[in-house]
Design a protein. Structure first.
Length: 95
């Protein structure tokens, strides 16, 4: 796969991971803890977990093909655990 296509795929995964995390925090968690409806956490939690793993693997692949320093890889992985973090990676590290 060409580098440009790989970066585009990682951007898509990054965006989906960020959106799933925000939905989990802002929609599913209130539904579970305020209104006693845990079903959304189960569904979104699974989707987010899969996207998180894909994001981390993709970040490592970006490290390999873009010759990132280890610091850049660690920043990208750290950004996966903070809301809006993957958007930062997309805009600042994948120009």
């Amino acid at each position: 796969m060409k580098t440009a296509q790989t970066i585009k795929l990682f951007k898509i995964i990054s965006t989906l991971e960020a959106i799933s995390f925000l939905l989990l925090l802002l929609v599913a968690m209130p539904l579970k803890y305020i209104w006693g409806m845990p079903q959304m956490v189960q569904v979104l939690g699974m989707a987010h977990g899969i996207l998180f793993v894909l994001y981390v693997l993709g970040a490592y692949y970006m490290y390999e093909i873009l010759n990132w320093k280890i610091k850049s890889l660690l920043v990208a992985i750290f950004c996966s655990v903070i809301p809006f973090g993957p958007f930062y990676v997309e805009r600042k590290m994948l120009k």
